[in-house]
Design a protein around this ligand. Sequence first.
Ligand code: KIV
Length: 297
Amino acid sequence: MNASPLSPAQPQSGQPQTGQQQGSTLYGGVTNRRVTVRDLAAAKQRGERWAMLTAYDALTGGVFDEAGIPVLLVGDSAGNCHLGYETTVPVTMDQMVMLSAAVVRGTKRALIIGDMPFGSYQESPAQAMHNAARLMKEAGVGAVKLEGGERSARSIELLVEAGIPVMAHIGLTPQSVHAFGGYPVQGRGDEAAHQLLRDAKAVQQAGAFSVVLEAVPAELATQVTEQLAIPTVGIGAGAGTDAQVLVWTDMAGMTAGRVPKFVKQYADLRAVLGDAAREFATEVGAGTFPAPEHTFK
Ligand code: KIV
């Protein structure tokens, strides 16, 4: 059975799914194409929640794809989580194109979303169009993400008109870290809550297929989710959103030091990798590696 690009994923019988999430029609359905933004819209209709992770390279992207994560974001969090910067601000378009292309190459099923870095879209809708097209053409992503609500609505409209699916990002927008003076929770108090709701409605009206709500009170995120027809993706926004995203290095315990309150660490990869590296060095020092089974005769 071939999937129509216009129809939501339908379960196929008799085909075991690698990494299929329990009860996930979104990922565990049609297996011969990538998840699309239409599938995400249909998931909201069904009330099906989904998970999104960041990925910055082909290898980890492939692991998450096989694990059944339906949507992977090549986030500009690559700045602090992959490239060694302190914030996302220095990340460039060339870097995002390179990282996004790697994740696309390493995956088969997931929808890959390329993040638009600081300075790549704020100047004008035309600048946003130019750089979003680079992510689509040079990296092969299926959608782009950009920060901002009302202030980004014109750019979103232009991209959507041009056939580029856009995920918006409101609440705490990390590219504004210097204006915020850090990473404070957003949407607290009546005026801020109303602004968040206006931002959410503005990006939906502009044609965004989904919106990330970052670091906002859970009750407000739930209200936004109930009032929008498009899926909301929460990070530090409580359990009431349609989907959840985490930065993979936080989720898997690779991040050094403190992680934000909203992060759950599902593994301790930093310890596992560190132990493996130390054991390797010890065995090299002791002359026990390579052993005969690792040696050509
Ligand atoms: O860049 C990123 O990883 C993000 C997510 C935190 C939503 O924007």
